[in-house]
Write a protein that binds this ligand. Sequence first.
Ligand SMILES: C[S@@+](CC[C@H](N)C(=O)[O-])C[C@H]1O[C@@H](n2cnc3c(N)ncnc32)[C@H](O)[C@@H]1O
Length: 195
Amino acid sequence: MPALDRTPETGAPETWRRIAAHTARLGFDMPSEPRTGAFLKMLAASKPGGRMLELGTGTGLATAWLLAGMDAGARLTSVDVAPELQAVARAELGDDPRVSFVIEDGLAFLRRQAPAGYDLIFADAMPGKYEGLEEALALVKPGGLWIGDDMLPQPNWPEGHAARVAGLLDTLQSREGWAVVEMAWASGLVVAVRG
Ligand SMILES: C[S@@+](CC[C@H](N)C(=O)[O-])C[C@H]1O[C@@H](n2cnc3c(N)ncnc32)[C@H](O)[C@@H]1O
């Protein structure tokens, strides 16, 4: 039986390796996992010319993976409130014309977007996931994807967070017109596709 665990390292972009090294030096303690990145790369590749949104750039780990999956016509906007973190992403990825970086509260950003404008949303901050979920889902095009991570228990979860996760999953699973899968992959993913 061949090992089924080769995906992340095999497909990792060079930019991700450099950002990962920088992230470790910074001691940033909320990085997206490589398996999440590999999964996002695969999903981004399924949306040629797609419009992508990342809520929570951090240092740009997942951003690098998304860009690695996107074709030349696709575009990605990545939003964070922390300029010092996003500066790492800007330094490594800012020359790529397909990506735009925004410093803004994620909820405020969501509220000024036109509906159904995105093919893929990676919700990796509280906005778009635990606040402003409705606003985020409204931005997904038919056939588009909303992806949330950190659905499996994490050591840094504050008190009461497990109940919020369960509530989020219930909300998504009970939504009419969406196909939803919970995955025990990396930190725990939930993928919702608008039908
Ligand atoms: C889990 S980390 C993101 C990790 C990143 N996606 C990666 O690939 O490593 C969450 C990020 O959300 C950002 N954040 C926190 N509050 C926010 C808000 N209100 N709006 C936008 N981003 C926020 C934090 O600064 C942090 O960088």
